[in-house]
Design a protein around this ligand. Structure first.
Ligand SMILES: Nc1ncnc2c1ncn2[C@@H]1O[C@H](COP(=O)(O)OP(=O)(O)OP(=O)(O)O)[C@@H](O)[C@H]1O
Length: 231
């Protein structure tokens, strides 16, 4: 279980509070108005931001003060964070070896990871020689090799068209299922949230709320979410 216990963090004149629990293996969408604190919530999980008070635990262990690399967390960002001068194999290999040195065995694992995301044989290309959807697959393969139990998606596929985005979400779901990953995905699209077939955390009015069943929530959204979805 991932828990936020009376967490508060302030950025400029904005404060986010969170007191919630996420089951291991949950598939969580994060929905809320622009500027409400969705990325702030993920940054707290990923360790890119430290709370001013409260604590964050995973499996009962306090992870509040761990650095991002020490945390049980992999993140895929909107721009995929690929290095343009490195081949696809080297980019993905960074998930396995942050120093970039790949053994023959590592290369075989990278090739397997590329095959799993539908990029078999593309390891020698540079990211610039791939489509947007393929670049997202590279980022997913790299995140998968980090072998962390929590996967964060910060509007990771929002630059893709609707069909490609759905394809990527389904691919993430397959990976999550195979490895019992706990998934947290920021989105502005309620259809993405529905596609996860899980729960949603609403972030609004300075608060990240307890996860709720997505279908039930979207059928009868609270005022802050309803206004945002209607707008
Ligand atoms: N580095 C920073 N310094 C000061 N304030 C910040 C900083 N980063 C974010 N904020 C503020 O924190 C609030 C929450 O930002 P955050 O990026 O978490 O929102 P969001 O819900 O992810 O928004 P969006 O949907 O537009 O990406 C905003 O009011 C933003 O202006």
């Amino acid at each position: 279980m991932l828990t936020f216990e009376d967490v508060r963090v302030t950025r400029g004149d904005f404060t986010l509070s969170a007191d919630l629990a996420i089951e291991t293996g949950a598939r969580i969408a994060i929905l809320g108005p622009s500027g409400a604190g969705k990325s702030t919530l993920l940054a707290l999980v990923g360790g890119f931001l430290t709370p001013d008070s409260g604590r964050i635990t995973w499996g009962g262990t306090d992870i509040t003060d761990l650095t991002p690399s020490e945390r049980p967390v992999a993140t895929i960002f909107q721009d995929n964070n690929l290095f343009p001068h490195l081949t696809v194999t080297r980019n993905v290999g960074l998930g396995l070896r942050p120093n970039g040195r790949l053994s023959a065995d590592d290369r075989a694992r990278v090739a397997d990871a590329l095959r799993d995301v539908g990029l078999a044989g593309m390891g020698d290309r540079k990211p610039g020689d791939l489509s947007g959807g393929q670049q997202s697959r590279v980022a997913l393969a790299r995140a998968g090799l980090q072998d962390k139990p929590i996967l964060l998606l910060d509007e990771a596929f929002s630059a893709l068209g609707p069909a490609l985005k759905s394809e990527m979400i389904d691919l993430v779901l397959r990976l999550a299922q195979a490895r019992d990953l706990t998934l947290l995905m920021i989105t502005h699209d309620p259809d993405d949230a529905r596609r996860l077939k899980g729960q949603t955390i609403v972030v609004a009015d300075g608060r990240a709320h307890q996860p709720q069943d997505t279908d039930a929530l979207l059928a009868d959204p609270p005022p802050a979410l309803g206004a945002y979805l209607a707008g």
